[in-house]
Write a protein that binds this ligand. Structure first.
Ligand SMILES: CC(C)(COP(=O)(O)OP(=O)(O)OC[C@H]1O[C@@H](n2cnc3c(N)ncnc32)[C@H](O)[C@@H]1OP(=O)(O)O)[C@@H](O)C(=O)NCCC(=O)NCCS
Length: 181
């Protein structure tokens, strides 16, 4: 795994954002309530033009912050992570709300980027002033469960969404005991 840093998406990265999105197959395994959504790129599915989505991200910056996991060695975006400042800002039922949503592009998986991306994301949440974050993921999503556990996630419970039909694991991460930050 090469070094990555989190940077906010902006117009100069439009082409790279399009390349990231293009790696995701149209028929994705369902990992979010909205199957058209690429985790970490929330609301991009509602826009035809990436520039319009970037403007939306700017407008939402008091509630949500999007970051790209940028690999400096070859200037590639390897991941996307969205930080929701409050659980209320997740657009799902509050019971299923998560402070973070994220993905790693298919060609870069299995290299530790999701774990590092979340570690860096937690640093942002801590700097923002949160002392605890809630993260959820589907029970069958082994990679995501392990990503959270590797970042000191404590399993709270597993809940079933009647509407979505999904079983979801809920985790809390206490910043104070997270020695990876
Ligand atoms: C889930 C996801 C982010 C993992 O990204 P990744 O970069 O491959 O993850 P990492 O390489 O950091 O691996 C994290 C851990 O999960 C394990 N892992 C990753 N993918 C796995 C898989 N498909 N099956 C089993 N284990 C897996 C790794 O071995 C590693 O385990 P370790 O801590 O024991 O070493 C990626 O598969 C993805 O983007 N999936 C689609 C979007 C998604 O599911 N987002 C999360 C929604 S909650």
């Amino acid at each position: 795994m090469s070094e990555i840093k989190l940077i906010k998406p902006s117009a100069e990265y439009t082409e790279k954002i399009a390349e990231y999105r293009a790696e995701f197959p149209a028929e994705r395994e369902r990992v979010t309530y909205d199957p058209s959504r690429i985790p970490g790129m929330d609301y991009l599915e509602k826009y035809d033009k990436i520039l319009d989505w970037l403007q939306f991200c700017e407008n939402m910056s008091d509630k949500l912050t999007w970051y790209m996991a940028f690999r400096e060695s070859d200037s590639k975006i390897v991941g996307f992570i969205v930080f929701r400042h409050k659980l209320e800002y997740d657009d799902d039922d509050i019971e299923f709300a998560s402070n973070f949503g994220y993905s790693v592009c298919p060609s870069e998986r299995g290299k530790g980027y999701a774990k590092e991306q979340l570690r860096l994301g937690l640093q942002k949440a801590k700097a923002f002033g949160l002392d605890k974050v809630r993260i959820i993921c589907r029970d069958i999503n082994i990679g995501s469960n392990k990503t959270i556990l590797a970042n000191s996630g404590v399993h709270v419970d597993t809940i079933h969404g009647e509407k979505s039909g999904l079983n979801v694991n809920r985790y809390d991460i206490q910043m104070s005991i997270n020695n990876m930050l």
